[in-house]
Design a protein around this ligand. Structure first.
Ligand SMILES: Cc1cc2nc3c(=O)[nH]c(=O)nc-3n(C[C@H](O)[C@H](O)[C@H](O)COP(=O)(O)OP(=O)(O)OC[C@H]3O[C@@H](n4cnc5c(N)ncnc54)[C@H](O)[C@@H]3O)c2cc1C
Length: 622
């Protein structure tokens, strides 16, 4: 999608340039060359770039999609409305005054003295380390050890680290962690890992200052949206690793059952806990868990939230709903200097609890789930941070070099495949970026492209879900898109399929069927095909509302990385033009960007992809 938007901007620019002079035409060609696009779909084939730029092409059969007039006006008015709506959103309080009676000034001074800032500059700034020879030949143990070492190079532990307080906000009225208490709880939710987790680190920092034990609680609910056993299995197995790692660090890990608002307050009472730290998600249901817990906590127990998922905390990246990547990109890039730092290590906690809990019975936990167990676990993605590091390593060593040029080809191995682990917080995106950047001298374009996807596009998705309460509904679309879709609601659809027919790959389109089968079988559809897949659902169902509901249902049910801001935004982008612009009007789609089979054929070997999944289906039947 990144490429498409860049194309859209370029096309706009080239139109202006062409209308002036020869010099402008030269500039136009330069821009075209520089953009070096591997167009993602029909509306952005090379022919269509020309068409959008005003050049005629005999090869182009479909009409080029062009930005519509008056769009700017509409953009700004809907933007103003959106901004107004979100102004009332909870404003971050000035976080951290949480430790009372601790020699704060002294501590801050010593922090400054031991600040890792200089080291970090060397590690992450202009003089970032070049990849060394051994990076390529590293065994996965070495890879993980190197990452461990980088953390240790920052400082001994988080109490000596200059923690960026902009990552934290206090949600409760009470801001201070009482020094009378006997512990700090990290309520782990979205970020299910030990290392490279700013929320966990912040909790350890508080517990160290207060000289009390640190506890981790995870609240297991019996069902979550359309998640099936495939996802819960991945999550529980990942959490089993977290439990083990915590135990080795003198940190008890508790699996609590039910909503946090019911499960956590009694736990705090039992263990005389002084305050709670949690991580951040913009999604409705987990955000309500946080809100409910805030209301259920005793008034003297503070609740802090740390955005441990985004590089730039969502509320710092932008205070409002952003229109698209181009409006948020600079806001994020301008803040990376202060947020894209190496992590300090989460260490053996110096204040263990009196008693460690007994091992968690994960089978029993699994038995409490009330989910669809018919969707099988996948074999290619092993749960847990270690498997995530291995995937990151293989991406860096094998696939990253192709990322810039081949990531839109579903037959090629060019993607990171990290989304399942990123979604469950089993790996930090910041760690992925810090590591991928080490390969800049070898694959600069790919590194930039990865940062665009993993940081800009992903954080834009969080921004959308955080500031737009209708993030999974047509109501959340821009006015131009809503009007256009409404105008074409009655258009005759070329094919009509039910949800069941779609779910079981029974359409006339062999590519679509293969993509859907990939999703069902492997729990992850190739990123390029996801766009085609969702757009065809719009074309083949009775209404945009139905299309959106079906695409979200299938994505959430089968995709390991589903139930994620990226998923809602991906479906909304495909079906109702979120973060996109209006294109030339056509049946059913209105001004929503169109994709078709022929466009896919021009980009990759469609029969090859179809055959691959036909074979897999045959193998399964045997
Ligand atoms: C209809 C549709 C549904 C989607 N559903 C999901 C979903 O449920 N979960 C999900 O994580 N992504 C979703 N995406 C976005 C994107 O397709 C996936 O993030 C990507 O395919 C994941 O594979 P990867 O990790 O190999 O990606 P890579 O290309 O290797 O990218 C690395 C990381 O960057 C982020 N990223 C990449 N592309 C995007 C994007 N377009 N928007 C936001 N972040 C991005 C992801 O975190 C991804 O893991 C969806 C896109 C569409 C069009």
């Amino acid at each position: 999608m990144a490429e498409q938007e860049e194309f859209a901007i370029s096309a706009d620019l080239v139109n202006k340039l062409r209308s002036t002079s020869y010099r402008a035409q030269v500039a136009y060609r330069q821009i075209k060359t520089a953009s070096n696009l591997t167009m993602a779909e029909e509306g952005s084939s090379k022919e269509e770039i020309k068409a959008a730029a005003g050049e005629s092409s005999t090869k182009t059969k479909e009409k080029a999609a062009k930005p519509t007039k008056g769009e700017k006006k509409e953009k700004s008015s809907s933007n103003e409305k959106d901004q107004k709506e979100v102004k009332d959103k909870q404003k971050p309080k000035n976080a951290e005054r949480p430790v009372r009676n601790v020699e704060k000034r002294k501590a801050e001074k010593s922090l400054q003295e031991e600040s890792p800032a200089k080291k970090l500059k060397a590690e992450n700034g202009a003089s970032e380390p070049e990849p060394t020879e051994d990076v390529d030949k590293m065994e996965s143990d070495d890879f993980i050890k190197k990452i461990d070492q980088r953390r240790k190079d920052v400082c001994e532990d988080v109490s000596k680290f200059k923690f960026n307080k902009k990552r934290v906000r206090v949600l409760s009225e009470e801001e201070d962690f009482s020094d009378e208490s006997n512990g700090v709880v990290y309520w782990m939710s979205r970020d299910q890992r030990v290392q490279d987790n700013w929320a966990f680190l912040y909790a350890q920092r508080l517990a160290m200052k207060l000289e009390v034990p640190l506890y981790v609680c995870f609240c297991l609910v019996p069902k979550f949206l359309d998640a099936t056993h495939r996802m819960f299995d991945f999550m529980l197995k990942g959490l089993a690793h977290v439990e083990k790692e915590c135990r080795n660090l003198n940190i008890p890990f508790y699996l609590l059952y039910g909503d946090a608002s019911k499960a956590i307050p009694p736990f705090l009472k039992e263990h005389n806990i002084g305050g709670v730290v949690t991580d951040f998600t913009p999604l409705r249901v987990p955000a309500k868990w946080v809100e409910d817990l805030k209301n259920a906590l005793p008034s003297d127990v503070p609740l802090c939230q740390v955005d441990a998922h985004n590089l730039v905390p969502c509320w710092e990246a932008s205070p409002k709903l952003e229109y698209g990547a181009r409006t948020i990109r600079n806001k994020i890039h301008n803040q990376l200097g202060q947020f894209l730092t190496e992590f300090p290590p989460l260490v053996k906690h110096p204040h263990p609890p009196k008693k460690m809990p007994s091992n968690i019975d994960w089978k029993k936990a699994d038995a409490t789930l009330q989910v669809d167990r018919s969707v099988a676990e996948v074999t290619w993605a092993k749960p847990g941070s270690e498997a995530a590091y291995k995937t990151l390593q293989s991406f860096c060593e094998k696939r990253l070099k192709h990322f810039a040029t081949l990531r839109n080809d579903p037959n090629k191995q060019a993607l990171s495949n990290l989304s399942p682990w990123i979604h469950f917080g089993q790996i930090s995106v910041q760690r992925c970026v810090l590591t991928v950047r080490l390969y800049r001298s070898k694959s600069s374009e790919s590194v930039n492209a990865f940062i665009e996807e993993a940081v800009i596009r992903r954080e834009l998705a969080d921004n959308f879900c955080y500031y737009n309460k209708h993030y999974d509904s047509i109501k959340g679309a821009y006015d131009w898109a809503k009007k256009s879709l409404a105008l074409h609601k009655g258009d005759k659809r070329p094919y009509l399929y039910t949800r069941d027919q779609l779910e079981t790959s029974q359409t006339h389109d062999d590519l679509w069927n293969a993509a859907q089968f990939q999703l069902v079988l492997e729990g992850k559809m190739h990123g390029f095909l996801r766009m085609y897949w969702a757009k065809k659902i719009l074309e083949w169902t009775t209404s945009p509302e139905e299309a959106l509901a079906i695409s979200i249902y299938l994505n959430d049910k089968y995709s390991l990385d589903g139930r994620d801001p990226n998923g809602y935004v991906g479906c909304m982008w495909s079906i109702c033009g979120i973060h996109d612009q209006g294109w030339a009007e056509r049946a059913v789609f209105g001004k929503i960007r169109y994709m078709n089979y022929q466009g896919c054929k021009r980009k990759f070997d469609v029969p090859g992809f179809v055959l691959k999944y036909k074979k897999k289906k045959m193998e399964m039947k045997k």
